[in-house]
Design a protein around this ligand. Structure first.
Ligand SMILES: *Cc1c(COP(=O)(O)O)cnc(C)c1O
Length: 473
């Protein structure tokens, strides 16, 4: 009987290399992996017979068990190279954080912290305290608080200030920002009645004036985020709108979306409304993201009039949307970097990447060209191309940042180009640190704007597995 050739589970467990695996992965995991492997062999021998006997050799089994354990232990959340050309790529985790922020997160993660504890008095304290004073200083607001993300901030603000009442919003700002976050839907979930004013392309101050009535709880302005209305357009600026809102005794809130804390013109980038400019213009409350232009962890920041922020803090939903110690540590460390604006572009990856000069990226492309072309010889032609990067996540939506890419054009018949470029991009995604580019028109492009760890990128090219050159897909 051929199955008698299979070693027992206990015998496999006593093999030297398998014992070493127990020390690494623990006995339970190894026993499960051995059992899985022996089951697989039993089925295979039963179906295919003697030809498979070599597979049942003890060393072969031990190697298979090691491979099973390794793949089961590999995290599914991996570091990748974002060469997509979109700096704040939501699918790739948005802002890359500075090293000092990572250190702050690690310190908070591995120990106990005074998250809600006053070291002076020994009494309970508020977790917002770690962030509020710096946010107040940076925005000019009276009070500030932080929740899980900006979507949560908007939901909480609406629910607190306008439940069962009306919110006046311009039709041109009723946006969907992706991931099912649609302004009208959020309003409904927050329990508010949406009152649309103006038209898609033009909204005037008188449109707001006519819509504000006794049931109005809030006037809201929303950053149009990932789209732009061009041509015959009109919107009302915050200063004019806040004057009207104040006159009518209704607060004005502004969802800034990407949320710049500093004026990006200093780094040659276009102006994006800063939280401070909005507060100075008379906006009563602003909300913005922590992991977009701010360059920190996922978070939703709310700043504005003291009395309104206090009402938000008393809403029971706040408890459900609050941030944990890791986020507090990360935000505190990120905001600290802003205290030295002269070195901000150097230290904050998002700003460093956004302000990186095209000429510098071109030099990097030239440096990498031959290193990439060599393993791809006969598989794909590699050239340097001009391209445009974008900020992403609805930040600076119409701004194109001139950049350079390595363009990979698969060799061979044109009619198989699509399959070949797919295979090529899959091969790069299969590297130890997957490389994510952008495919269009049968070409795989790697925008080098966000490539910082060049050595690691080059060092793993030897693992590139591309065999379709000889056996086309
Ligand atoms: C991105 C964005 C949001 C949502 O922010 P998250 O931090 O992703 O939850 C809300 N409003 C606007 C205008 C945005 O651009």
């Amino acid at each position: 009987m051929i199955l008698a050739a299979l070693p027992s589970i206990d015998r496999v467990l006593m093999l030297g290399p398998v014992e070493a695996l127990i020390a690494q992965y623990g006995r339970a995991a190894v026993v499960a992996a051995v059992r899985g492997e022996v089951d697989r062999l039993r089925t295979m021998l039963g179906e295919q017979g003697e030809a498979m006997l070599a597979e049942a050799a003890p060393e072969r089994i031990a190697a298979q068990v090691a491979a099973r354990l390794q793949s089961a232990a590999a995290p599914t959340l991996k570091r990748v190279f974002n060469l997509s050309g979109t700096i704040l790529h939501t699918n790739l985790g948005r802002a890359m954080m500075p090293r000092e922020v990572a250190e702050a997160i690690a310190a908070a993660a591995t120990g106990a912290v005074n998250l809600e504890f006053d070291l002076e008095t020994g009494k309970r304290d508020d977790r917002d305290r770690h962030l509020e004073s710096v946010l107040v200083r940076m925005t000019g607001a009276e009070k500030a608080t932080v929740v899980n993300n900006n979507a949560a901030a908007v939901l909480l603000l609406l629910n607190t200030l306008a439940q069962r009442r009306e919110v006046v919003v311009s039709r041109g700002e009723l946006i969907e920002i992706g991931g099912e976050f649609r302004m009208p839907e959020i309003m409904k979930r927050a329990g508010c009645r949406l009152v649309e004013v103006g038209t898609t392309n033009r909204t005037h101050l008188r449109d707001y004036a006519e819509a504000i009535g006794p049931r109005t709880a809030l006037v809201m302005k929303v950053h149009p985020s990932n789209f732009e209305i061009v041509g015959f357009t009109k919107s009302v600026d915050e200063a004019a709108l806040s004057a009207l809102a104040r006159e009518r005794g209704v607060p004005l809130a502004c969802d800034l979306g990407a949320g710049a804390l500093v004026d990006f013109r200093r780094w040659g980038l276009p102006y994006e409304n800063t939280a401070a400019a909005m507060i100075a213009a008379g906006v009563d409350l602003v909300t913005f993201s922590g992991d977009k232009l701010l360059g920190g962890p996922q978070a939703g920041l709310i700043a504005g009039r003291g009395e309104l922020v206090e009402r938000i803090n008393r809403n029971p939903l706040k408890r459900a949307l609050r941030v944990d110690k890791l986020r507090v540590a990360a935000l505190e460390a990120t905001l600290r970097i802003y205290s030295d604006p002269d070195r901000l572009a150097e230290r904050l990856p998002v700003l460093r990447q956004m302000s990186r000069a095209a000429a510098d990226i071109e030099v990097q492309a030239q440096r990498l060209l031959s290193a990439l072309a060599q393993p791809l010889a006969g598989i794909a032609a590699v050239t340097i191309e001009k391209c445009d990067s974008q900020a992403g996540s609805g930040s600076l939506p119409s701004e194109r940042l001139p950049s350079f890419a390595l363009a990979l054009r698969p060799c061979g018949e044109a009619r198989k180009a699509t399959a070949r470029v797919e295979a090529l991009s899959r091969a790069f995604r299969s590297l130890p640190v997957p490389v994510i580019g952008r495919v269009s028109d049968g070409v795989l492009r790697f925008d080098l704007r966000c490539l910082e760890d060049e050595q690691r990128f080059l060092g793993q090219l030897e693992h590139l597995r591309l065999n379709y050159g000889t056996t086309p897909p």
